[in-house]
Ligand binder design. Structure first.
Ligand code: AG3
Length: 276
């Protein structure tokens, strides 16, 4: 029997992948959590039938959501991750020796459990002694920790359901206040093709809160449209001012000194709607 997984990426567009085996399939308090083994992308984590990450293409997203900001900061010692229970973001953060503590706040214990059981190449970073995992509401954690972090990473799902609050102006102000005086943050901000309004709004909001607001991008084949954006809000450091020789040699497959800068070069159609 053929088994296929399908995500409705937009109202009019779907992605389907053949499934070899269903490795995990549970309903948590928040959502349906599944890990599927697929011939094309390896193991795949889905939440409410939305692809979160796959073994084959996760490296681009996880390297971009972490290294661009960590390198820009120069000396990130205390880092917070909100979301990203699969562990990919944490795995990249612990590659930085200067990081003394990485606090990981995930709202859904079942996502962590699924990743620990079935996504070992992502969840490996959880074992690092500098990592503290907390199963709680990221919004509340941010509200309760003022002036605490050098970098905050918002590794969220799409802005539907519980993640809506993670894209709000109020939350970005709280993130600003949870950062130290030279802190910065990075959030995943969806597709430049299908989520133009989200990107416009986030960038506009961040420009009103942070002295430096930037948009950069990478490629994630299993996400809608393939091209994917990230937004940075920074109190002091500008990612564009990082000199190539300051970028450390990290074990990466996508991020590099050249990619650091090229990822901020935006195609005219995006630049145009950002200027509006
Ligand atoms: N966060 C989810 C990004 C959004 C994907 N959207 C989609 N497939 N419609 C990824 C978490 C990985 N740590």
């Amino acid at each position: 029997m053929e088994v296929w997984f399908t995500e409705d990426q937009t109202k009019n567009l779907r992605i389907s992948c053949r499934v070899k085996k269903v490795l995990y399939n549970e309903v948590s308090y928040f959502q349906k959590v599944a890990v599927l083994d697929t011939p094309e992308f390896g193991r795949m984590l889905t939440l409410d039938n939305v692809i979160q990450t796959t073994e084959r293409d996760e490296f681009v997203y996880h390297e971009m959501i972490t290294h661009v900001g960590l390198v820009t900061h120069h000396n990130p010692r205390k880092v917070l991750v909100v979301g990203g229970g699969d562990g990919g973001t944490i795995r990249e953060i612990v590659k930085h020796k200067e990081v003394e503590k990485a606090v990981h706040v995930e709202i859904d214990q079942k996502v962590i459990e699924a990743a620990k059981q079935h996504l070992p190449t992502l969840s490996s970073g959880f074992e690092d002694p500098r990592v503290e995992i907390r199963v709680e509401d990221g919004i509340k954690h941010v509200q309760e920790h003022k002036n605490t972090y050098d970098m905050i990473i918002i590794d969220s799902t799409d802005p539907v359901g519980p993640a809506v609050g993670l894209f709000s102006e109020e939350f970005y102000r709280q993130v600003h206040d949870a950062l130290k005086e030279d802190g910065l943050f990075v959030a995943q901000t969806e597709s430049p093709f299908f989520n133009r309004e989200i990107i416009q709004n986030v960038q506009k909001t961040l420009s009103g809160i942070f002295p430096i607001a930037r948009l950069f991008h990478g490629v994630v084949p299993t996400y809608p449209g393939g091209a994917w954006t990230f937004s940075m809000g920074s109190k002091k450091y500008d990612p564009l001012a990082v000199k190539p020789e300051e970028i450390p040699q990290l074990e990466t497959k996508w991020y590099s000194a050249d990619i650091h800068h090229s990822s901020f070069i935006l195609p005219p159609f995006v630049q145009e709607y950002l200027n509006k």
